[in-house]
Design a protein around this ligand. Sequence first.
Ligand code: UT7
Length: 335
Amino acid sequence: MYTSKISGLGSYVPENVVTNDDLSKIMDTNDAWIQERTGIKERRHIKKGDGNSTSTMGVKAAKIALERAGLTTDEVDLIIFATLSPDMYFPGGGVRVQHMMNMNTIPALDIRNQCSGFIYALSVADQFIKTGMYKNVLVIGSENHSGGLDMTTRGRGVSVIFGDGAGAAVVTRSEKENVGILSTHLHSEGAHAKELSLEGPSTEHWVPEIIAENPQEDIPYYPYMNGQFVFKNAVVRFSEVINEGLQQNKLQAEDIDMLIPHQANLRISQFVQKQFKLNDDQVYNNIQKYGNTTAASIPIALTEAWENGKIKEGDLVVLAAFGSGFTWGSAIIRW
Ligand code: UT7
C-alpha cells in the first residue's frame, strides 16, 4: 500500500499591492471597517499588462514547487488545477499549465470547488497515488479575482475581501507508513448554492437575457455573497470537518501542530482557533496580506508557513476549508 506526501510547495502573488485606503478612493469603504470585519489590510491585484493570469500565476507557483520537490516536468503524471476564475469559460487552467510548462501529454483535470478547491484537489491526488496509478501529481490552486469584481460601492461587501494569487503542491508517492496525507474529508450542500455564487453569464443565464432582464446599473455579472449566512455556516462546518478528520485518525485537538484554515475571514479563523483551544503558534493566517484568494489561499499559506520554518518533519498539519457550493473539507497530514 502506497502513501502520499507533499514533496514540494510554491506560491506566487502579483506585485501590485492594493491597500484598504486604495479601495476607499474608488468606493465607499474604509480601512477600519475592512480590518475590523475581516482582518484584511491589503491584497494583491493583477495589473493589466503585468503578464499575470490565473494559469500563468499557477505556472509560477508550480515551477517553485517542482524545483523544491527535485522533480522535472517530465516526472509529473497528472495536473490538477483548482480555480473558480479560469482564464476562459472553457477549457480550464490545467491544460494551459500543461502547454506553458512544455509537459508531456499527461492528463490535466480542473476542479470547480471554489474555496475548498485545493482540499478537493489534494484529495483526488491522494487517491490516484494511493491506488498506485500515479507517482507525482502537481496540484495547483490559482485565482484572478480582480478581473471579475464589482469595484464600485455596490460590490463592496464582496470586492474588498478577495485577492489574486496562486499556490502549488507536488504530491508524491511514498512507501513509508503513517506519514504524509493520512486522510481527507469532503462534503457539499448544494441547497445553498446561490448564497455565494456568480450566476451569469452562464448557460442558464446568457448575456442577452441578463441585459434584457436587468436595468443597466444592476447587471449580475458579479459574485454575490450572503455574508452573514456564509459566515454562520462556515464556523460550524470548519469545526465539524476538522473533528471528523481528527476522530478518523484517533487524534485530539492538542495533537495539532499547525492548522491552516482557508483564509476566508480572520474572524472565522479566530473562532475556529478558540473552539479547538489552539494557541497563536498552532494556526497560520496571512489573510491580512493577501485577502481571500479562494482555491489559492491554503497552498499560499501552507507554502509560507513551511518557508518560515513553522512546519517540521513529524508535525501534524491540518488543512480545512469552507466556501461556495457550499462545499467544505479537511486534510490531516503527518509532515
Ligand atoms: O471564502 C468563502 C467563504 N466566505 C466567507 O466565509 C465570508 C463570510 N462572511 C463574512 O466574512 C462577513 O459576512 C463579511 C466580511 C462579508 C461582511 O461582514 P458583516 O459583519 O457580515 O457585514 P454585513 O454584510 O452585515 O454589513 C454590515 C454593514 C452594512 O451596512 P448597514 O446595512 O448596516 O448600514 C453594509 O452595507 O456594513 C456595510 N458594508 C460595508 N461598509 C464599508 C458592507 N461592506 C462594506 C465595506 N465597507 N466594504
